[in-house]
Design a binder for this molecule. Sequence first.
Ligand code: SF4
Length: 692
Amino acid sequence: MSTSVRTTCAYCGVGCGILATPTGARSASIAGDPDHPANRGKLCSKGTHLGETIGLEGRLLTPMIGQRRASWDKALDLVARRFRDTIAQHGPGSVAFYVSGQLLTEDYYVANKLMKGFIGSANIDTNSRLCMASAVAGHNRAFGEDIVAASYDDLDAADLIVLVGSNTAWCHPIVYQRIRARCAAGAKLVVIDPRRTETADEADLHLAIRPGTDVALMNGLLAWCREAGVIDDVYLAAHVATPENFWDRVGEGSDLWSVARICDVPPQDLRRFFELFAAHPRTVTMFSQGVNQSLSGTDQVNAITNLHLATGRIGKPGAAPFSITGQPNAMGGREVGGLASSLAAHMDFTPDNIARVGRFWAAPNMATKAGLKAVDLFRELGHGRIKAIWVMATNPAVSMPDAGRVREALAACPFVVVSDVIAETDTSLHAHVRLPATAWGEKDGTVTNSDRTVSRQRAFLPPPGEAQPDWWIVTQVARRMGWKTAFAYDRAADIWREHCRLSTYENGGAGSPGGRLFALPGHAAAGNAAYDAMAPFRWGGAPFADGRFPTADGRARLVSVAQKPVAAPLANWPMTLNTGRYRDHWHSMTRTGLSPKLARHREEPLVEIHPDDAARLGIVDRGLARVITPQGDSVFRASVVATQRAGDLFVPIHWTDHTARGGRAGLLPRPLADSVSGQPGFKLTPARIEPV
Ligand code: SF4
C-alpha cells in the first residue's frame, strides 16, 4: 500500500499543504494536510483536482534542438556555448533569464547566482514582477526591507478585514474561508473593488471605487483618522519617521466629499468605511493584484502602509497590512533575489551588499547594478539588444502586456531557450532549444507562501522521460560555462543550505549596522535527513513586534503619496479594461486545462460589461464582442452583468492561442509599468468594444 507524501499545492500563494498518495504509475489521490498551518486540511477546487493534472498529456519529455530530439549533453553544450559566445561578443548585458514564481526556491537560487555572480549581469527577472513587485517596492520604502508584516493568524484575531483589489473568494479560496470564519465570529469585512465580485457579494460593505483611485481613498481615510483622533502619536514618535509636510499633503483634497467624488462612491458608504476603520484597532488590510497591477501600484501600497503605521496597527495580533501573493513561490523568489532589482537574500544593490555577496559566492563577475525589469527586458529583446534569452517555467508570449510584441521579439531573437514541462507553448514555439523540466509531483524543494511559511514540495512520482529538475538544468549549463566548483550541487538540499548560509552571512539582524530581518539560522547546517523531514515553518517570527524596523535608524517611514489625476475617457477609447483570474483556472491553463471538472466552471473567456453599456453599444448577452485597445484586439463572448461598473470591462487572463481562437487578454494591455516597481499596469487600459 502506498504511503502519503506531504507536499504543497502547485497553485496560489496561500501555500496549502497536501497529502498525495500515489495510486498508479501516473495517478494519485489528493487530500489537504491537516497539519499544515496554511490550510489545516482544507483545499479549494484547484487543489482538490490536482490528481487529474499529473498525466503526461502535452509533456516535453526529451531535450529538443529545433524540432529534433537531442541528448542532454548536446543540448546543454549548445546552450552554454551560445550564452558564452554572446557574452564574449556583446557583453553580459546582452543575455537574460526570464523565470517564474512556479520555480522552487532552490531553482531560483542557482539561476540568480549564475546570472548575478558569474555572468555579471542582473538581467534576470520573473513573472512575479507581474504579480507583486509593487508590494516589494512599497515594503522596501516603508519598512526598509521586503518584509510581510502579517500572518494568516492575524486574520483569526482581526475585528475588521479590508480587502483591496482582491477577489479572494476565487483567487485565494482557503484564506477566504478563514476570513469568513472570522466574520462568522463577528469581524466585519469591507471589500474595495470596482467589480462586485463573489467576495464583494458577501461583504458588510462594498466600495465599488472608480479604478485607479485607491490612493485618494486611503489618503482620505488617513485624513479622517487624524480628525477623529485615531492616529497613534506615541507609536509614530517612537517608531516612525514622518517626512516634512506629510500631513499637509495627506490633507489636500481629502475631505470626505472630495474623496467620494474622486472615487465615485456614495459619501454615506465612504463614511461608513471610515467609521468602521476608526472603530476597530485590530484591522488587517489585505491587498492583491488590484493594487499591485497599477501604474501607481507602489504608491497604493504605501497609502496602505501609511495608514497602518500612523494608527500603530502593525506588529500586533490582528493588525497589519498584508500583501497576498499570486504564485506558489513568489516569496521564495523574492528571498533569493530572483528579481532584476534585488541582489540576493533580501539585499539590494548597494556597494556593501555587492561586495558581501561577491565574497560569499567567490563570484568572478558580480553584477554591479540592477538589471532589466520584465517590461524593459522584453522591450530590449524587441530592439535586438538582448541576443540570448532563457525562459524558465513561464509563458511570456501570453502573460506579458502587449503580448503580440513580445512574441515578435522572441521570434527575432538569435537564441531562445525554454525550459518547461509543456512541449508546446506560445513561447516555446520560438525556442531554438527546449529543455524538459520536472513538474509538480516530480520535483523536490521548498516554497514560501504569502505569510512567509516555508514548506517542502516533495516528489511522489518518478520523473517522466528525460525530464530533470530546473536547478539541475541550470547548474549543468553553469558548469559547462566554466564554473564547475561554484555549481557543484548534488541535490536540492545542498542549494537550500547555501541559501540559508547566505541569509545569515555577515547579517547581524535588524538593529545591527546593515542588518536585515531575513535570516534562516538553524537551517544552514541541517543535514539531508533534516531537509527531507522539514516541517513547515515561518521565518522571522513577528517582525516589528519590538517596534524596530530594518532601517538604519530602526524606524519605519511614512511615504508621501498623492492621487494622480484621473484621466478623462478618450474619444476613441471611452472604456477602461481590467483583467483577472477565474476561480478554477490558473495562468495559461497548462495544468488546470487538463481537468474536465475545473474546465466546467468557465468554459470560455467572457468579457463582462454593464447592461447600460451593452444596450448603448448593441452588445447582447452571450453574443460575440471585440475588445480593442491601442495595443491590439481580441474577440470574447459577452457577459452582460450589473456587477460590472458602467464604463468598465473585465476579461480573464487564461486563454491562449493553444486554447482558443479568441479571448487573448495578453494582447490588450499597454507595456507600461509603475515607475518605482516596474510592475506592469494591467488594470487601467483604455479600450472600446464593439459587437462582432
Ligand atoms: Fe492550492 Fe491556493 Fe487552493 Fe490552497 S487556496 S488549494 S494553495 S489553489
